[in-house]
Design a protein around this ligand. Structure first.
Ligand SMILES: [Zn+2]
Ligand SMILES: [Zn+2]
Length: 302
């Protein structure tokens, strides 16, 4: 029986097996899950394997006391500088993380938003502990979908495959567009939305139509009108019913009008939070703590 298990394990979950990466209990669970999947699935072993190993998108939300923040705390500053200089690939591989999509910090709210793709979300806990970020943050892990994923889902859910919105071209204000491009420097802002599940496009057909329409509209004129130079990220959590969008804008005050005209303010409570990337934070904290030339000992360098 043991050898049968092992050969099944090799067939179905070979991707997971490495130097002691998988505990015996977990390996057995994988075997049983794979057997069930292979029995249920008419496509057989290949679909069973891809079902168990497919990476999914997860938000890592952190919140910390301002005194523990690398901006104010020299020891935390050294820790994050060390992370910035370390090759994270081995640690990511160890915990099944296939990519780190985003790493933002708000020095106003002292919150982190990281987005990763992982094949083993349960191990995010151990990943954040070993990385050290769990030492100075309360963390939660939230399944996320991109805006594009949401559109695919809600189109199917509401049977809107043939829905064709009448898209009016947004009146382009050349005056405000010019002001936007010529005035201030662009800065990075997080747009945080929270909505009632009954207003969510997943559950609400009218909201679904609105966001499908948004997905089919050229947003460039509206972005120009309000000084937005790029939309970096658009995530939705169907568990918490929260949105995290990240934009670059020259006129953050106008984010209010942008979200109203876009319609997203109709079904979300919104807040706008200045964000910095992980790279920006490293530059800042090196300067703040006079650590410009500081090098940690014994890091596996990038
Ligand atoms: Zn902070
Ligand atoms: Zn929602």
């Amino acid at each position: 029986m043991k050898s049968l298990k092992q050969s099944l394990l090799a067939i179905f979950s070979g991707v997971f097996i490495g130097k002691g990466l998988v505990s015996t209990a977990r390996a057995q669970l994988l075997v049983y899950a794979s057997i069930i999947a292979s029995v249920v699935s008419s496509a057989g072993s290949s679909s069973a394997q891809s079902a168990s190993a497919e990476p999914t998108l997860w938000g890592i939300y952190g919140v910390h006391n301002r005194h523990d923040c690398p901006v104010n705390n020299r020891e935390t500053a050294k820790e994050v500088i060390e992370i910035s200089m370390t090759d994270l690939q081995p640690l990511m591989k160890k915990y099944g993380i296939t990519s780190i999509e985003d790493m933002y910090h708000s020095g106003l709210e002292h919150t982190l938003v990281w987005v990763v793709k992982t094949a083993r979300p349960h191990d995010l806990e151990e990943f954040t502990i070993e990385l050290g970020v769990a030492r100075w943050n309360d963390l939660k892990f939230v399944p996320e979908r991109t805006f594009a994923d949401v559109i695919t889902d809600i189109t199917a859910l509401h049977g809107l495959e043939d829905f064709k919105p009448v898209i009016e071209s947004v009146p382009f204000s050349a005056k405000s567009g010019l002001a936007g491009s010529n005035s201030a420097e662009t800065t990075l802002w997080g747009i945080y939305g929270a909505h009632n599940r009954h207003d969510c496009p997943v559950n609400n057909r009218e909201t679904a139509k609105e966001v499908i329409e948004t997905s089919m509209t050229d947003l460039q004129p509206l972005m120009n009108k309000y000084g937005i130079t790029s939309i970096e990220d658009m995530y939705h959590s169907g568990l918490e019913h929260t949105l995290v969008w990240v934009v670059k804008t020259t006129r953050p005050h106008d984010l209010e009008e942008f979200t109203i005209e876009l319609g997203v303010a109709r079904w979300n409570d919104l807040k706008f939070v200045p964000e910095r990337t992980f790279a920006d934070v490293i530059t800042d904290v090196r300067a703040l703590h006079g650590l410009e030339d500081w090098e940690p000992e014994a890091v596996t360098k990038k």
